[in-house]
Design a protein around this ligand. Sequence first.
Ligand SMILES: Nc1ncnc2c1ncn2[C@@H]1O[C@H](COP(=O)(O)OP(=O)(O)O)[C@@H](O)[C@H]1O
Ligand SMILES: [Mg+2]
Length: 370
Amino acid sequence: MKDASRAKRKADLVRDSASHPDAMIELRGVIKRFSNAAGVFTVLKGVDLTIKRGEFVSVVGKSGSGKSTLLNMITGIDHPTEGQVVVNANDIYTGVSESQRSKWRGKNLGIVFQFFQLLPMLTLLENVMLPMDYVNLYDFDERPKRALELLKLVGLEAFANKLPVLVSTGQQQLAAIARAMACDPPLLVADEPTGNLDTRSADTIIQLFEQFVAQGKTVVMVTHDPSLTSRTHRNIILSDGELINEAISKALPKLRHRHMLEFTRLAQTRVYQAGEVILAKGTEVDCFYIVKQGALEQYQAGEFFAETELLRGEPSAREVRAGKMPVEIVTLPKSDFVRVLNESPITAEAIEQIIQRRLAVQQATDAFSK
Ligand SMILES: Nc1ncnc2c1ncn2[C@@H]1O[C@H](COP(=O)(O)OP(=O)(O)O)[C@@H](O)[C@H]1O
Ligand SMILES: [Mg+2]
């Protein structure tokens, strides 16, 4: 059974890599285990993830959920126990030595940590020049000029010849970002880059990231701050080493992560062709429906439907069909859905509000068409 699923995963791989020509990052079946005296501990439990070029992605999750470990798989700082990681069209763990990976990293990605790790005895300018020296990129004479331009970009040209200790923590982080961008990498990976900063410095950093994204670069950022996740294109949630189904987190954002995880495991994905009937009028509603990809006539991706009938035990009030394009629908079994809503009053209330709003719209439409 295990071998069969592995064989299937292999088959998926070939197809998937072909089907994501615009992917910057692809993780397939990534498992990471650590062993220590207490035994074996699985931190990532089979992560499948595709991030496209030019996406700005935030990653959230409770402390210990595996966020830093996930980033380390992408940067090549650590290696997966099982699975495959492709970054910028390179399979970074297959037949690649540690030192080759290190050089590859220097040219292909910028990395920013919460604690900036500037070298204390070098000036900001010298710190920014380091990666260019390491991968031997740009002419020797050009490097100080380029480093100064990068410091200018982050507003630190006046501090170029200062040691890190003489500038604020926010400015040190900006210098670390300038250093991360020294070799003009297409991908920037940041692990809680604003975790140690005041809101104003944090805002400056997100603006910089937005600027990189506008230039077509890909940015992946772990953060705890909900005001930052709202500024990214896409938010990924890790819970206990597993990725949450993004349709579920989008549709039910107030759910606790452990409930999202439970739903992720119970979710079934179905594809409907253009115009195909998803739910016939007058039939019994036995699951909760979320639009994962594509759009229906009435509902967009991230929206749900049939909740009113489901919660009130009534037959489907209207027919629901796929729109002009195929759609992907995620369904959750009724019994599990009702049970979790009973455990999550905040979500139950949010859904009740949507029900009331939809009923009001429906009544207004009915009154209008009479
Ligand atoms: N090198 C390691 N050896 C053993 N356990 C580790 C190691 N790195 C991380 N872990 C464990 O893996 C879990 C996830 O860690 P981490 O990825 O740092 O979580 P997060 O960044 O989400 O807080 C934690 O329980 C942590 O203790
Ligand atoms: Mg971490």
